[in-house]
Design a binder for this molecule. Structure first.
Ligand SMILES: [Zn+2]
Ligand SMILES: [Zn+2]
Length: 449
């Protein structure tokens, strides 16, 4: 299976949205390249490059625990795609097929440019609502939960977000052919990858029109001047037009105003949802309850719809970041096992339609177990050695079970053998760690006996 489906330069061009209508207008759905899937290997090339730069500069701009958590959230958000069709595409196609007012020509450059602007404007309004409406923020806050700002942050996505974002693109379905929408939908997402970096300061005149690293840094800031600013996807013109633009000035502190303080992926995905419902039940009167869901996350009874900006905690460098000092051997362990999990996901993602639902469920379960286990390790939770032991045993057992199955890896290639040995050795390590963890939790008298 080839990792890179397109030539390197084409991949880089796509990251920057440098496409012509000629090369990306299609009549039929099955002709549209899977732009997003094809971009994933390029994401990782640039993530590795940024890690190398950060390592050489020694500026700690990419932390292992934070980066793994961000990529884990990206994988988490794509798990439903393995089993269901995207709600965004299904709803768009249904409206286009049944309710379109006008059929714009699929091969006209005007349609292509109109759709580029339409998708970006739809994204702006979705994004603005996602920050200004609490139940939508519950999903989108996942993307803002990293206290770092690097290329891995771009992948920190919510599994729930798509269930609210789809409706913002429906107006386009009244005019624009589905195939053109598919292209711009993917391209709008891909473009937003490379702007998540601290290494690009400003881009001169492009700053007036395009969404750039500088503008998006402001969007990720928790300094009072950054709150509810710069919602643009590809273009920054919408923010300038609708009054939500702010230029980067003082040093930005990244992340949420009330940090999650965890690397555990389930908590990252649903921590705010839990908080939102706890808050809902604590409020009295149905008006307050409705307002807590539909007003901004900063709202409280008696306050304006978006809360008061004075309530945002002030920040001063050096900023305090959530961090846990895990031992070096554990970091190396995750640095070896995590890429395997990413590659495993990529393979399943590309072949899911050839697998049975039971197998996809089993693989997804193992995937989520792996991500949770790494998160618990970084959080230094007492349960972590036992969970990792179960994960390693689960892999060995599952692999034995599927080895001679049509879905398994019946071939005895060197790579497969190395992975098998690695998991066996890991099983040994975590058996010892689990015994040590149990011994350390025993009551003192029992140890003395
Ligand atoms: Zn946002
Ligand atoms: Zn972002």
């Amino acid at each position: 299976m080839a990792i890179f489906k397109v030539p390197f330069l084409t991949g880089v061009r796509r990251l920057l949205y440098i496409l012509t209508p000629n090369e990306s207008s299609f009549h039929f759905e099955n002709e549209v390249p899977e732009y997003l899937k094809e971009a994933v290997p390029f994401f990782f090339v640039f993530i590795i490059l940024e890690i190398i730069i950060s390592f050489l500069k020694g500026d700690g701009k990419v932390r292992l625990n934070d980066g793994v958590t961000s990529i884990s959230a990206g994988i988490f958000s794509k798990v439903p795609d393995l089993l269901t069709k995207s709600i965004l595409y299904c709803s768009y196609l249904w409206v286009y097929e049944n309710f379109r007012i006008l059929e714009l020509s699929w091969n006209s450059p005007w349609t292509w440019w109109f759709c580029l602007l339409g998708v970006d404007c739809g994204y702006y309004w979705f994004h603005r609502f996602a920050h200004e409406v609490n139940f939508m923020w519950a999903a989108h806050s996942v993307h803002h939960s990293s206290e770092e700002y690097n290329l891995t942050t771009a992948l920190r996505q919510s599994v729930l977000q798509l269930y609210t974002s789809w409706m913002f693109y429906i107006p386009l379905a009244l005019f624009v052919p589905f195939t053109i929408f598919m292209v711009h939908c993917d391209m709008n997402t891909i473009y937003q990858f490379w702007i998540h970096t601290k290494y690009i300061k400003t881009l001169g005149p492009l700053e007036y029109i395009m969404n750039t690293p500088s503008h998006h840094r402001v969007h990720h800031g928790r300094n009072p001047y950054c709150i509810d600013k710069n919602y643009g996807g590809t273009l920054i013109i919408w923010d300038r037009l609708f009054g939500t633009f702010a230029a980067e000035s003082e040093e930005v502190a990244f992340g949420l105003t009330h940090p999650l303080n965890t690397f555990e992926p389930v908590q990252v995905q649903f921590g705010y949802v839990k908080y939102m419902f706890r808050r809902l039940s604590s409020l009295s009167g149905w008006k307050n309850k409705v307002a807590s869901m539909f007003c901004g996350p900063g709202w409280a009874p008696g306050k304006p719809r978006l809360g008061n900006i004075e309530d945002i905690p002030k920040v001063q460098p050096p900023f305090q970041l959530y961090d846990t000092k895990t031992p070096l051997w554990m970091n190396i362990y995750v640095a070896v096992h995590f890429p395997l999990t990413v590659v495993g996901f990529q393979i399943i993602h590309q072949t899911a339609n050839m697998l049975s639902a039971v197998h996809v469920l089993l693989y997804s379960g193992f995937l989520l177990l792996s991500l949770t286990s790494f998160g618990l390790m970084f959080d230094k939770r007492p349960l972590s050695p036992f969970l990792e032991l179960i994960r390693c045993a689960g892999f060995i057992f599952g692999e034995l079970l599927l080895r001679d199955n049509e879905y398994g890896s019946s071939e005895s290639s060197t790579t497969v053998n190395v992975i098998r040995v690695m998991y066996l050795a890991s099983l040994g390590i975590w058996s010892m760690q689990s015994v040590r963890a149990m011994a350390s939790t025993m009551p003192k008298q029992m140890k003395q006996e």
